[in-house]
Unconditional design. Sequence first.
Length: 209
Amino acid sequence: MAKGILARKVGMTQLFTETGTVVPVTVLEADSCRVVQNKTVAVDGYDATQLGFGERLARRTPKPMVGHFKRAGLEPQRTLVELRDAGIPEVGSRVGVEIFAPGDIVDVTGTSQGKGFAGTVKRHNFSRGPVSHGSMNTRQPGSIGSVDAARTFKGIKMSGHMGAVRRTARHLKVVRVDTERNLILIKGAVPGARNSVVMVRDSDREGTL
C-alpha cells in the first residue's frame, strides 16, 4: 500500500550527524493535509485517494467544489492531488508526517521555479559559439532544422519560457520526522519555490541510500 502526503516547502537548511558530517535538507510542513475523497473502481473506474491541502475561502470557491468538500466535512481546500493504491483512509481525516520514518526513500513532486524567458544556452545547456573578433553568433542557437521542409519541426530545442513545469525528484532519503511540529526533513533539494505545495510519496524505485 502506497504512502503519500501533501506538504508546504518551508525552505532548506542543514543538519550535522554524530560524526560531524553536514547533511543538506529540505524542510516540509504538512499540518493541513486532509483526505477529501476515496475513489473506487465500481464508481470511478480506478482506486485512488484524493488529498487536499491548504484552506480556501468559500466565497472564492466554485459552488460545486464547496459541496464536494462539504460532503467530506471539510472547509474548501486550495490544492487537490490524487494518490493511487493508498488503501481506504477515513474521509475527512488528517494525514500526518508520522506515516514516514527516518531512512524511508521517497519521491517528491512539485512545480519547478519559473525562470522566465531564457535562451538556449541557459534553457537547454547549449554550447556557445566562437567569441573571436567579428563573431555574430556567440549565444545563437544555430541551425533549427531542414531547409527543404520550409517549416520548423515540433520539439526543436529553442528559446522560450523556462521552468514552472511539473517535476519529480526521485529516490530521496527522509532524514528526520518531527511529529510535534508536523515537519519532515528530506535530504537534498526538491522541486518548487518556498511556500509551494509538493507531493511526498513512497519511491517507485528499489534500493536504499
